[in-house]
Write a protein that binds this ligand. Structure first.
Ligand code: URA
Length: 262
């Protein structure tokens, strides 16, 4: 049987991991999916979305996905070799590239990997990820194609905020990854994810960015961006959860308009 290397292994799974509780890694660094949710949703997806995704389906030829996969793999390999941030490249266990559908309707953009993400190599697989999963589940976001990534690919030590120079160092990977993914809408989770997409003074109260459609220039396209609170913030401020649910509903309304008019 053909032996596959770590990069192929990563890409084999990155588009199958829809929920954080599906992933585990054994001692040989083999990725194990535990929960049937990750595989079962795809089959129902087109049924549930009905005609909305017709345009999507026509564009989603396997060919297209394979090309995207190869292009993303190329960036992933560059990220793995990256030594631009002197501190982060020495302290990281893994780079955290992304997970989800490579032809996404929605891309969620977080801040930077935490300890669990650093250990497993995928974004939002810790406590914050579980809360994000819960929202995705409750709002049936899983019937759309979605992808999750961060502004930064490496974990800042002690979960400190990313430094401006670290965001600059990582920016080229971020921009190219989003270009290839070509989402219909972007959901920024928290101020750092948002600030990587839209010019925003980090001292401004982040709540001011909510309830508005912003636009990110992705190659030659203006992609709508919706801002909401980071799940880690909601874990500390549980009363804010209703605001996130309402932001997600706002995002889905926008997305449905886009899909219907395509
Ligand atoms: N917080 C983030 O912003 N990203 C992750 O991947 C995990 C926690």
């Amino acid at each position: 049987m053909k032996k596959i290397n770590m990069t192929e292994e990563y890409f084999l799974w990155q588009n199958k991991i829809k929920f954080s509780d599906t992933i585990n890694i054994d001692k040989n660094k083999k990725i194990i999916l535990k929960n049937k949710k990750s595989n079962s949703n795809k089959s129902n997806k087109n049924k549930e979305v009905g005609t909305m995704n017709k345009a999507n389906k026509i564009n989603n030829t396997n060919n297209n996905i394979e090309i995207k996969n190869e292009e993303l793999k190329k960036i992933y390999l560059e990220v793995k070799e990256c030594m631009k941030c002197e501190k982060l490249c020495r302290t990281r266990l893994n780079v955290v590239f992304g997970r989800g559908d490579e032809n996404p309707d929605i891309v969620f953009v977080g801040e930077a990997p935490g300890a669990d993400e650093d250990r497993l190599g995928f974004p939002f697989v810790g406590r914050a990820g579980k809360l994000l999963d819960k929202w995705i589940d409750e709002l049936k976001i899983n019937k759309y194609n979605f992808y999750i990534m961060n502004a930064l690919k490496c974990r800042p030590p002690e979960n400190r905020d990313p430094l401006p120079e670290e965001k600059i160092n990582c920016r080229n990977f971020f921009v190219r990854q989003l270009e290839i993914l070509n989402p219909k809408i972007i959901c920024a989770l928290g101020r750092h994810g948002f600030g990587n997409l839209i010019e925003f003074d980090l001292k401004t109260p982040f709540g001011k960015a909510r309830n508005t459609v912003h636009y990110y220039k992705n190659k030659d396209k203006e992609v709508p961006v919706i801002a909401t609170y980071h799940p880690a913030y909601v874990l500390r401020n549980q009363k804010e959860e209703t605001k996130v649910i309402s932001d997600f509903e706002f995002m889905l309304k926008e997305l449905n308009n886009i899909l219907e008019n395509n």
